[in-house]
Design a protein around this ligand. Structure first.
Ligand code: PLP
Length: 515
């Protein structure tokens, strides 16, 4: 019988440590009839576990404590020591060389575990990463990276700022005025309003404009967007009765006309962002739907999802709604995201006719869903770039999208040449770097059929598998996020800025030096 089964059986796990400690000093120990050798080893090792005070005399602990604060250090140190004690009890940690760990050995083990635990916490922090996946709007990596101007604007707004203050009158000003005015100018809409995200925008529109009534939607547009945004659920929450018309693949104007009753408040058009039905399909033209809405006295609301401020069809995005065109077609209200193709921060943008936008602004939910000063600052700075028509050069999302395969090939080739020159000091080859044909992705639930052709850098390492290499890149500083296909690690420079290329090559040099 082992000590763990005996004591575990009688007292449960929690008491166990305590019992062991008692046994350590108890001469009655052998009477219980345990395996002596094993318990001896266990006893001594547990006894030699360092105390927090003795630990604090080591340089590692001193450094760590200074870095993370004494309180946090003590918490982590205690959990590491407790865990080790458990390990001894469960015999997970056995010293093969001789029976007992020495005090010094244990101190070393604890120090190592401390550093590892602190590193794990560190890796969970918010950190900048290099996105080498080629997915432009990578939702897990924060969707759109901000332009230089937007970053500066966020920094400027971080202190006191003119969020709701008019400098000319010295009185209270309208929150978000500049961003709203820019949106009107760029989309041709009469009015604009900004809320937390596009899901919030849809919820506000439905709550303010169709609660208690019916909204008609085509069956082909009852979509689920990532993060559990489901059109039917949002409708229900808003108190709107959903009326489905048409079929999955085909819905006609007549379907809307036939379903309209005196309770109908809205015609809803939802852009099927992350999927496409292809083949025998039909959906009513937005202009025709707007005319029908006017005729029947109902409103037309379009949830454009990503939407686009400028036409992106030359880059393969030919079915993302251009917001100004939706407004021109006669939509009363249009909503879209701030951090998808627009290329700014998370926000839900609502544009449309003043009469309805003002209703939304006065609705109590608007106060719940409004955005903070940093979002307004980033949005306004991004929209100013569109106003100056510099978007393809200065907004990262559009710059990445508009890069040609040839341009990326040239960058990749130069990158490989430079890295190979830097690595020529190493004895073995270490890395085998090749160019490969491939495709990037738009991501963020936009344009699922668009796969911009790209040139990838395939990376093979002498000693590391693709998985090990991927993990080494991910653990680097800054972390590099790459993809693996057919057992090969792939880097797509489309989503790596020129500045970040230096990070990428520094990390690869480090990995080469370590192996
Ligand atoms: C992405 C998307 C949303 C949700 O937008 P968030 O800004 O992520 O809340 C809503 N509707 C459509 C059609 C979308 O594509």
């Amino acid at each position: 019988m082992t000590i763990s089964s005996l004591v575990g059986f009688n007292f449960g796990c929690q008491c166990f440590t305590f019992i062991i400690d008692c046994f350590l000093h108890s001469p009655s120990f052998t009477i219980v009839g345990m395996k002596l050798v094993k318990t001896d080893k266990l006893n001594s090792s547990v006894r030699f576990l360092p105390s927090i005070d003795s630990l604090l005399k080591t340089a590692t602990a001193k450094n760590l404590s200074a870095k993370i604060g004494a309180k946090r250090f003590t918490e982590i140190a205690r959990s590491v020591i407790d865990e080790l004690r458990e390990d001894f009890i469960n015999e997970n940690l056995i010293n093969n060389e001789n029976d007992n760990f020495s005090r010094e050995e244990l101190l070393e083990i604890v120090e190592k575990k401390l550093v590892e635990t602190a590193e794990t916490f560190e890796s969970r922090k918010f950190r900048r990463v290099v996105n080498a996946t080629g997915v432009i709007l990578h939702t897990n990596l924060g969707r759109a990276p901000l332009s230089e101007a937007a970053r500066k604007a966020v920094l400027e707004a971080a202190g006191y700022c003119t969020l709701e203050y008019d400098l000319t009158t010295g009185k209270r000003g309208r929150r978000g005025r500049q961003a709203e005015e820019l949106l009107c100018e760029l989309t041709g809409a009469e009015s604009a309003l900004i809320v937390n995200n596009c899901a919030a925008a849809a919820f506000l529109v439905l709550s303010a404009l169709s609660a208690g009534g019916e909204a008609i939607v085509s069956r082909g547009e009852l979509v689920e967007i990532g993060g559990d945004f489901r059109v039917p659920d949002v409708m229900m929450q808003s108190g709107t009765k959903l009326v489905e018309v048409g079929t999955t693949n085909r819905t006609k104007l007549k379907d809307f006309a036939d379903a309209t009753t005196e309770n109908t408040k809205l015609f809803v058009r939802v852009h099927p962002s992350n999927f496409r039905v292809i083949g025998f399909t039909a959906a009513p033209d937005l202009t025709a739907l707007a005319a029908l809405a006017r005729e029947r006295g109902v409103l037309l609301y379009e949830d454009a999802g990503s939407g686009a401020i400028v036409d992106l069809s030359e880059f393969g995005l030919n079915d993302e709604p251009v917001i100004s065109e939706s407004i021109k077609a006669g939509a009363d209200v249009v909503t879209f995201s701030g951090d998808k193709l627009l290329g700014a921060v998370q926000a839900g943008i609502i544009v449309g006719k003043s009469e309805f936008i003002e209703k939304l602004r006065k609705h109590p939910l608007y106060r719940v869903l409004r955005v903070d000063k940093l979002a307004y600052a980033a949005l306004a700075a991004t929209l100013e770039i569109y106003q100056k028509e510099k978007h393809f050069a200065e907004i990262p999302v559009l710059r990445m999208l508009s890069q040609s395969k040839e341009e990326i090939a040239e960058r990749a080739e130069n990158f490989i040449k430079k890295l190979q020159a830097d690595l020529s000091g190493f004895e073995s080859q270490t890395f085998n770097l090749q160019l490969a044909e491939g495709a990037s992705a738009v991501g963020g639930g936009s344009a699922p059929l668009t796969h911009p052709p790209t040139i990838l850098i395939s990376v093979r390492h002498d000693k590391l598998s693709a998985e090990k290499l991927e993990s080494a890149l991910r653990s680097a500083n800054p972390p590099i996020i790459a993809r693996i296909e057919n057992d090969c690690l792939l880097l797509d420079l489309r989503t790596v800025s020129r500045l970040e290329e230096a990070d990428l090559s520094a990390v690869l040099r480090e990995i080469a030096a370590e192996s």
